[in-house]
Design a protein around this ligand. Structure first.
Ligand SMILES: [Zn+2]
Ligand SMILES: [Zn+2]
Length: 287
């Protein structure tokens, strides 16, 4: 099992919109995990404009290029594109992709909320063109509705999108689902919903890869607090990894999303590398 970690040093020096400087102490915070055998560190590179224009309008892209955060957005989307290609070509089995500004609030022609270009859109487009893989399952456990992801894949029945937000919706021939995650949920209640609403569907859907929009803004004390503990997040990654092992040869991409608690980021992402790498789950906070 080989795990790719996609990072760029641009990520740790700025107060990014919404998430702040939560990666300030990275990549050092995961130095031990990066030394594990079969963990590879990749430097994320910018997504090409040509590829972004397969998803977004020219007007949207021109506006993005005028913003101070553009570099971080393009690097984040580029990391997702490269990781998806490497997973589907067999170079790596799974990946943790750091993201400071691309993701689930970016629609084709508008964006908000800290994510200013699509990551999944160019990643899937590129994989389909180059490798012929067709079907993808997205689980979004950020606290907020993934309006951008929904907009981009609305008419694409080969993309399963299960979004844990604040409404219950089933549309798109059963491939586009929102689940009301509740505001004062326990770790176990949330995990039960993940099993019922995502894992069961992913089994039937038979995707080529799972993409996980991995927000931790749902954590206690964060800006999208739904009552979850920090320990929940590595457990969640392990649960979805087991699902990927069962349904798509372990092809699993974790894409960081919302959450601004630096202590939580430093607790969960090193452990998620261990989970992806298959060395098990260690929730001891003082190790
Ligand atoms: Zn969020
Ligand atoms: Zn939703």
């Amino acid at each position: 099992m080989t795990t790719g970690v996609f990072w760029n040093d641009v990520y740790n020096g700025k107060e990014w919109d919404i998430i702040g400087n939560k990666f300030q102490n990275f990549p050092g915070a995961m130095s031990r995990q990066l030394k594990l055998p079969r963990v590879r560190l990749y430097t994320s590179e910018k997504v090409s404009e040509e590829l972004l224009l397969k998803i977004h309008t020219r007007r949207f892209l021109d506006d993005l290029k005028r913003q101070w955060y553009c570099e971080g957005v393009m690097l984040s989307a580029g990391g997702a594109v490269a990781a998806t290609e490497k997973i589907l070509s067999g170079e790596i089995d799974n990946a943790l992709v750091f993201d400071v500004g691309a993701g689930h609030h970016a629609e084709r022609d508008s964006a908000w909320g800290g994510t200013y270009a699509s990551a999944a859109g160019p990643a899937f487009y590129n994989a389909r063109q180059k490798l012929g893989h067709k079907r993808f399952a997205i689980i979004d456990t950020d606290s907020h509705h993934g309006n951008g992801t929904r907009d981009i894949f609305r008419n694409d029945d080969d993309v399963l999108h299960v979004c844990f937000c604040s409404t219950n919706i089933i549309e798109g021939n059963g491939t586009k689902i929102c689940v009301d995650a509740g505001w004062r949920t326990t770790d176990d209640e949330y995990m039960d919903k993940v099993r019922r609403e995502f894992i069961a569907r992913a089994r039937d859907f038979k995707p080529d890869m799972l993409l996980h929009k991995f927000g931790h803004d749902t954590c206690q004390g964060d800006y999208g607090d739904r009552g979850l503990t920090p320990e929940f997040f590595p457990r969640l990654a392990q649960e979805i990894k087991h699902c990927a092992d069962a349904v798509c040869h372990g092809r699993y991409l974790v894409l960081t999303h919302g959450g601004d608690r630096r202590d939580v980021a430093e607790f969960i992402f090193p452990r998620i590398i261990e989970v992806l790498r298959g060395v098990g789950l260690d929730l001891n906070p003082n190790r």
